[in-house]
Design a protein around this ligand. Structure first.
Ligand SMILES: NC(=O)c1ccc[n+]([C@@H]2O[C@H](COP(=O)([O-])OP(=O)(O)OC[C@H]3O[C@@H](n4cnc5c(N)ncnc54)[C@H](OP(=O)(O)O)[C@@H]3O)[C@@H](O)[C@H]2O)c1
Length: 311
């Protein structure tokens, strides 16, 4: 169990010499250009040094703008960990490097710390990110395997284009065969996780194989009812003098995961960074929560299962 009085400084080493990932990550799934710029800027100012992006979020340009303003103001690029993700329509090996380069260009940075396959589902290749037939069914691409795509990702690492590669929205049944066949093992696996979806088996596998388990929706996407309003979490929060969000984020770090959270105001960015270890009995109480709920269905179809609402 990780114990630290200041989680802002905790970084986990990545396999294959991929550097270190700060455990507290800021997610950029934010609707709207202006909101993306202000929330990213506020997160950087508050002290976040890990930013999670995706071509599918359609705001890499705005995230890049906010990050580059921070670099100009004196924050070193090497001190900021930047991830982005390959979308489902770019799984064909010949599409991987062009998609990677296009993301880098939109972000306006020279290298990526981490590149993830966004989901294990390949969609029909092309510019339409959500290809559907006339009945509204997703058009999948049966002409490419996940391993084909992974080989192209490995080649990006070989050629020094990015420091680490990984997967997202993947279950153990799909991860295992990929892991066995991979020449460069995944450094990070990003999946939904919170007390209602602890993914204990996947976490144990990741720990055994030196893969960083990166939890998204640590606050259950902010959906209520959900972990933020759970009575056990609220009671612990009152007892330790923290907010429910801070308790949930601390629990995630203490169980050995990195996490992504998306505070959209400067005050919440500071709140979500200002977390510290829970007493062991409080940690155990949260571990014993029995409610089970998945908030994001992306893992079953590859289609985004949760789009936050703009304000
Ligand atoms: N791989 C994937 O398929 C995938 C899927 C989804 C997300 N992600 C990544 O994960 C990131 C995290 O997103 P998430 O939705 O999972 O984050 P989250 O932090 O679990 O939920 C964000 C929601 O929580 C609320 N919130 C944030 N801080 C709070 C606080 N201190 N107190 C109360 N409510 C708070 C926000 O409300 P306000 O907006 O009102 O501040 C927002 O509604 C995304 O940005 C994205 O990078 C990845």
């Amino acid at each position: 169990m990780i114990e630290s009085s200041d989680f802002r400084t905790v970084r986990i080493p990545l396999n294959h010499g991929g550097g270190h990932i700060p455990v507290l990550g800021f997610g950029t799934l934010i609707p709207g250009a202006a909101a993306t710029i202000s929330a990213t800027r506020d997160a950087l100012e508050a002290g976040f040094r890990h930013f999670d992006c995706a071509e599918r979020y359609r705001n890499e340009k705005e995230v890049g703008e906010a990050l580059r303003a921070g670099f100009k103001a004196g924050i070193a690029r090497e001190d900021v960990f930047v991830t982005t993700k390959l979308w489902n329509t770019n799984h064909r090996p010949e599409r991987v490097e062009p998609a990677f380069k296009a993301s880098l260009e939109r972000l306006g940075i020279e290298y990526l710390d981490l590149y993830l396959i966004h989901t294990p589902f390949a969609f029909q290749p092309g510019d339409e990110q959500d290809p559907r037939d006339r009945n509204g069914n997703v058009l999948y691409d049966s002409g490419v395997t996940l391993l084909d795509t992974w080989r192209a990702m490995e080649s990006l690492v070989d050629r020094g284009k990015c420091r680490a590669i990984g997967l997202s929205d993947i279950g153990l049944d799909t991860l295992l065969p990929l892991y066995e066949s991979a020449r460069i093992k995944p450094a990070v696996v990003q999946v939904e996780s919170h007390p209602y979806l602890p993914e204990t088996e996947l976490l144990a596998f990741c720990k055994a194989k030196d893969i960083v388990f990166l939890a998204f929706a640590p606050l259950g996407h902010g959906i209520t009812p959900g972990p933020l309003e759970d009575p056990v979490v609220s009671a612990v929060a009152a007892r330790v003098g923290k907010t429910p969000a801070q308790v949930l984020l601390a629990w995630a770090v203490q169980r050995g995961t990195a996490l992504l959270t998306t505070p959209r105001t400067a005050a919440r960015a500071r709140e979500n960074l200002n977390i510290s270890a829970l007493p062991e009995d409080a940690f155990d109480e949260i571990d014993r929560i029995q409610t089970r709920q998945r908030f994001n269905a992306v893992v079953t179809t590859g289609s985004p299962g949760f789009i936050p609402q703009g304000r």
